[in-house]
Design a protein around this ligand. Structure first.
Ligand SMILES: Cc1cc2nc3c(=O)[nH]c(=O)nc-3n(C[C@H](O)[C@H](O)[C@H](O)COP(=O)(O)O)c2cc1C
Length: 178
């Protein structure tokens, strides 16, 4: 029997994911955290370049420091864990764009994997690269691209959302031509 037999199905995980920025005081099991990281590692990438590394942070004082790298990263301070998405610095625009696209796929895979376990996630951008480097010790040729804060939601458990704050389906979807 798989340890994941109690998971939500994929559609439920997709429709339950929402940005969670306040976390219950409940730790994330190490095997669940590893599963979320593995979901990211398995993401597809252009030419399979895999221009990424992940730094997992669980130490409270470190999370508090990390929350200062961007004005919209406050929720990182109280997360149970935060995954830092790293990418190599690239000279070519084309490579930079591909790396960002690939990181987006990593982020979404991680977030869906987290949602399937009932674990909430919240993005944060990174403004201050020097501070991030000081906290995380990554080399000069790398950039700290995004943070994904994780934790069980403080407000209510994840459940499929009935209504979402999105542009209407008919406006977004074009069939056959614009
Ligand atoms: C590239 C990217 C960067 C984001 N940066 C931040 C951020 O710095 N701080 C934050 O609180 N939310 C951030 N978000 C979360 C978005 O605001 C959120 O996904 C959006 O409002 C939709 O809400 P939902 O995720 O609950 O569906 C970011 C999302 C993306 C995709």
């Amino acid at each position: 029997m798989s340890p994941y037999d109690s998971d939500m199905d994929t559609w439920d995980a997709i429709t339950s994911r929402r940005n969670v920025r306040a976390y219950a005081d409940r730790p994330i099991a190490p095997e669940d955290l590893d599963r979320i990281l593995e979901a990211g590692r398995r993401a597809p990438s252009a030419s399979n370049r895999q221009m990424w590394d992940f730094i997992v942070c669980t130490d409270r004082p470190q999370l508090q420091e990390l929350s200062k790298v961007w004005r919209g990263a406050g929720h990182v301070a109280s997360s149970m864990a935060t995954i830092v998405l790293m990418t190599p610095k690239a000279d070519e625009d084309r490579i930079r764009v591909l790396a960002q696209f690939d990181l987006g796929q990593v982020a979404m895979s991680m977030m869906i994997a987290a949602a399937s376990l009932g674990i909430g996630s919240g993005h944060a951008a990174v403004g201050d690269q020097d501070l991030a480097r000081q906290i995380l010790g990554f080399p000069e040729d790398r950039l700290c691209a995004f943070l994904i804060a994780l934790g069980y939601p403080a407000d209510r458990p994840l459940a499929p959302l009935k209504r979402v704050n999105r542009r209407p389906f008919e406006e977004v979807v074009h069939r056959g031509h614009w």
